[in-house]
Design a protein around this ligand. Structure first.
Ligand SMILES: NC(=O)c1ccc[n+]([C@@H]2O[C@H](COP(=O)([O-])OP(=O)(O)OC[C@H]3O[C@@H](n4cnc5c(N)ncnc54)[C@H](O)[C@@H]3O)[C@@H](O)[C@H]2O)c1
Length: 321
């Protein structure tokens, strides 16, 4: 029995690595494999790579054919996530919504018992409405996503859950918050790139620019660990899980973490965007209690461990060049 991982970027590559580390040989479907970046995370010989597109149903079928696949992990993403979807909504709508539909259909036809799909913590944040306090007789009962990316992730959750209900496919949607972690190619969302620039600048001895907004973070290895737990869980309960470090960092708190990980680093906090509501305030961090209880998820990389592990990876890579 194996696992098919769709999309091998910042998160997908770590999922592949964790499956390989425990002796499995996963299958990967990826249209533009970034071989050099992938090789920085996982041995390229340790998995089967299909160069194919999740939007082509036959590519999914080819990757599944003749194999006993116990789960599909779906991590395909449009470049730059929220920002990318605001610039090119149609592409994000097509990839996120039809990509998930193709994965669910492939699971149905090929009798794959479980799908674990990437959702996003934007659904805890990029919302408006809800002013009718949950009263379903009124129009504003439920909050609605106010970005294209968040709207597609809401669709991913709703469509996946309906496939689960109608066809008995186990389905989990994992709401990762901004993911930080080792990766040398393009990938992840805007915040992933900002975090990467911070760590690389600190190790290279350049000025570190700390984002001027409050953020939640999760290490890519923790996001992948939660994903693998969802592949394995006997019972997925209600199926949607927050996957974060479990706390929020104000710019000052993140700067303090950076200072203690990289003593002597030159650092400044980026100017705060005019009228920003992203400074923490009454913003509650995502509650990861359900992932803890149902999946047995526990973040293994609080910020100091994240920074130490990431910097170690970057130093080793720099030395090898
Ligand atoms: N990185 C974050 O901060 C973050 C936060 C929340 C949720 N997520 C979600 O997690 C998932 C993984 O994100 P990531 O950071 O690893 O992104 P990434 O950009 O690093 O990786 C996505 C991979 O999907 C591949 N892909 C693109 N189009 C494809 C297609 N048509 N068929 C198959 N593969 C395709 C890309 O080539 C890339 O390798 C995404 O669904 C994303 O929306 C990411």
């Amino acid at each position: 029995m194996t696992v098919l991982v769709v999309g091998a970027g910042l998160v997908g590559a770590q999922v592949v690595r964790q499956l390989v580390d425990r002796g499995e040989r996963p299958v990967v479907l990826e249209p533009r494999p970034q071989r050099e970046a992938l090789a920085g995370i996982v041995d390229l010989q340790a998995f089967d790579l299909f160069e194919g597109d999740v939007l082509q149903p036959f590519a999914l079928s080819a990757a599944l054919a003749g194999r006993s696949v116990r789960a599909i992990v779906h991590t395909a993403a449009n470049p730059l996530l929220t920002l990318g979807a605001q610039r090119d909504p149609y592409r994000a709508i097509e990839l996120n919504i039809m990509g998930l539909a193709n994965v669910m259909e492939a699971a149905r036809i090929h009798r794959v018992p479980r799908v674990v799909a990437s959702s996003s913590s934007v659904l805890n944040r990029y919302l408006e409405g809800g002013g009718d306090g949950g009263d379903l007789s009124r129009e504003e009962a439920l909050p609605r996503p106010n970005t294209f990316y968040a709207a597609t992730k809401q669709a991913v959750e709703g469509i996946g859950l309906n496939y689960a209900r109608s066809f008995g496919i186990g389905f989990a949607a994992l709401r990762y918050c901004p993911v930080a972690g080792p990766w040398s190619g393009p990938g992840g969302g805007g915040p992933s790139g900002i975090f990467r620039a911070m760590v690389e600048a600190a190790v290279d001895g350049r000025e570190v620019i700390v984002p001027g907004t409050a953020m939640e973070w999760v290490y890519s290895k923790d996001a992948a660990a939660a994903t693998v737990l969802a592949v394995d869980a006997a019972d997925l309960g209600s199926s949607v899980f927050n996957v974060t470090m479990g706390r929020l960092f104000t710019p000052e708190e993140l700067a303090a973490e950076m200072r203690s990980a990289f003593p002597g680093a030159r650092m400044r906090i980026e100017a705060r965007p005019e009228g920003s509501t992203w400074l923490g305030g009454d913003w509650k961090p995502a509650d990861i209690g359900r992932a803890r209880r149902v999946l047995g998820y526990e973040p293994r990389f609080p910020m100091p461990a994240l920074l130490a592990d990431y910097a170690q990876w970057y130093r080793a890579r720099r030395q090898a060049r």
